[in-house]
Design a protein around this ligand. Structure first.
Ligand code: FAD
Length: 517
């Protein structure tokens, strides 16, 4: 299969990038693949909303820029922060033009204040903004004849000079598992975009769906593409404890924005001891405070006291959380919600320029798998959907131009080799894979989580290498399966995170090593 543009991932970045390209040029062929169903990924679970300045009487670009820089703890790229914040307004307008509605108050957008924001500026659709936006984008994409969507197709590896006799120092597409055909396809493409999301599943407790295994990062790593700030993993302070049907359920920051307060198991409101902004301090500070209280009290959770939020607000603004809690016998607003921090967002990723292109020509990375310079050492709440929209727009403009420039001859793409090795077989169940995945998550959670130490990282490095050797052995001896691909990526990225974490000697943002405190 040959395409002009291959997009790997169907979250907000992949979908909006495809729409933008197709709107600019209806002649280019676009193939969009997703590992699972088209709707599965982090986007679907985003609750809070999109941070965009829209009320210019109270808010300003400068305030949003300053909040982003403050949360990023001096590690953001100020130029990137400026253009993302300023361009957000047009991207939001565009979503609205595409028919996507957001909650309103009278005739204006209803704005919410989240942790680290100095003003109310988060636009949202109830408490399931991500799902709402994603469904609308999926509907819109169906109207374009030149976009082909392939669900249940898993990226295995990128096609690069390593696979080719002729060398152009570019990316030429990807090898992909087709679940239905039980085979590995070659999809050659002039431009390839990784929109593969995050890697929360590296941790035992994560707000991400289980498919968030860092596959794009793993493939980029094997293609020797430069990656940046990987150890800056943001933990969301408030995930519901315990899990719901094996999944971690998020209690959005907007609930604290609406007045919910944190209490430890002795009933004390403890945030005043950690930061003057209390519950609305940036996520890293709140997550560490909760973790400290949990360790101090030898408990598994703390509580969110939501008694100041009216039942009308719950039903109108947070219906999803309200019903989920009710199903667990937690009746809001009177009952306390037990919460724990959970791995939530990868601030780092594939290093890209201001058009979202990586250091490997022809390979773009957009959304959570990229490192644009916006988040620095800590992402400001609701800035990631914004980032995905701004960078998919910029990438589309860049790609439209790139497709007009001189590229390898079409016969070159035809001649690229097929995947070497045994075809995929879904029937081969390798029990060890599940076991190794759990072991890997335990190592990451205990030694590479909210709190790290030099000794813990050293231990993690050795233990992860043992897992890596076992994974390589299975990889060499078996046919490829989805589970195998995921584990191979997880172990590579875990190893890289540990190694990069060992070289960081200053605590900043979400990164905290006790030995450098
Ligand atoms: C619970 C939760 C709440 C959140 N709330 C907010 C919020 O309120 N505001 C905000 O700004 N951000 C929020 N975030 C973060 C935000 O949702 C994500 O950063 C963003 O949606 C990522 O979009 P994406 O397009 O980069 O990736 P995703 O939406 O994760 O999509 C990844 C895509 O890649 C595909 N993929 C992955 N691996 C492969 C492979 N090997 N082969 C083929 N396809 C592959 C998947 O199938 C999927 O289609 C939240 C995240 C979570 C988990």
């Amino acid at each position: 299969m040959i395409a002009d543009v291959l997009i790997i991932g169907t979250g907000i970045s992949g979908l909006s990038f495809a729409i933008k390209l197709a709107e600019c040029n209806s002649e280019i062929s676009i193939v969009l693949i997703s590992k699972d169903q088209v709707s599965e990924g982090n986007t679907k679970y985003a609750q809070g909303g999109i941070a965009v300045v829209s009320d210019f009487e109270k808010d300003s670009f400068q305030k949003h820029i300053q909040d982003t820089l403050t949360a990023g703890a001096g590690a953001c790229n100020p130029e990137v922060v400026k253009f993302v914040v300023e361009e957000g307004k047009d991207r939001l307008k565009e979503l609205i033009t595409w028919g996507i509605q957001f909650d309103k108050q009278k005739r204006s957008l209803h704005l919410v204040k989240e942790g680290g924001h100095s003003e109310k500026r988060v636009v949202h659709y109830k408490d399931h903004t991500g799902l709402h936006v994603q469904e609308a984008l999926i509907n819109k994409i169906k109207s374009f004849q030149n976009i082909q969507i392939l669900e249940n197709h898993t990226l295995v590896d990128l096609i690069t000079d390593h696979h080719s006799e002729k060398k152009y120092n570019r990316c030429y597409g990807a090898y992909v598992i087709s679940k239905e055909e039980e085979s590995i396809l070659k999809i050659s493409a002039k431009i390839t975009a990784l929109c593969t999301g995050g890697a929360g599943s590296l941790y035992a407790h994560s707000t991400n769906p289980s498919i968030a295994t860092g596959d794009g990062l793993g493939a980029a790593y094997r293609a020797k593409v430069h990656m940046d700030k990987l150890p800056y993993v943001q933990f969301h302070p408030t995930a519901l404890y315990p899990k719901v049907n094996e999944n971690t359920f998020l209690i959005t920051e907007a609930v604290r924005g609406a007045g919910a307060k944190l209490r430890n198991c002795s009933g004390e409101y403890f945030m005043k001891n950690y930061d003057p902004r209390k519950e609305l301090a940036p996520r890293d500070i709140v997550a560490r405070a909760i973790q400290k209280e949990i360790l101090k009290q030898e408990e598994n959770f703390v509580f969110l006291d939501c008694s100041d939020i009216t039942i009308e607000t719950w039903k109108k603004q947070f219906p999803n959380i309200y019903t989920t809690c009710a199903s667990l016998d937690i009746h809001l607003p009177k009952d306390l919600i037990p919460v724990v921090p959970a791995a939530h967002y990868f601030c780092g990723g594939i290093e890209v320029n201001s058009a979202s292109e990586s250091r490997l020509k022809g390979l773009y990375a957009i959304g959570e798998c990229s490192s644009t310079g916006l988040h620095g050492a800590n992402r400001l709440a609701s800035n990631s959907l914004l980032e995905a929209l701004v960078f998919s727009h910029r990438a589309a403009l860049d790609v439209i131009n790139a497709l007009k420039s001189e590229l390898p001859d079409p016969t070159f793409y035809d001649a690229l080799p097929e995947w070497k090795g045994d075809a995929y077989s879904n029937s081969v169940e390798i029990k060890e894979i599940r076991q190794l995945r759990i072991q890997l998550q335990e190592i990451m959670t205990h030694h590479v989580g909210i709190f790290k130490t030099k000794e813990g990282l050293m231990k993690a490095n050795l233990e992860m290498f043992e897992i890596y050797k076992k994974v390589q052995k299975i990889y060499n001896q078996h046919k490829l399966t989805n589970g195998m691909c995921e584990l191979r990526n997880m172990v590579s990225i875990a190893h890289l995170i540990i190694q990069q974490a060992q070289s960081i000697t200053t605590n900043k943002g979400v990164f905290y090593n006790h030995d450098y405190a």
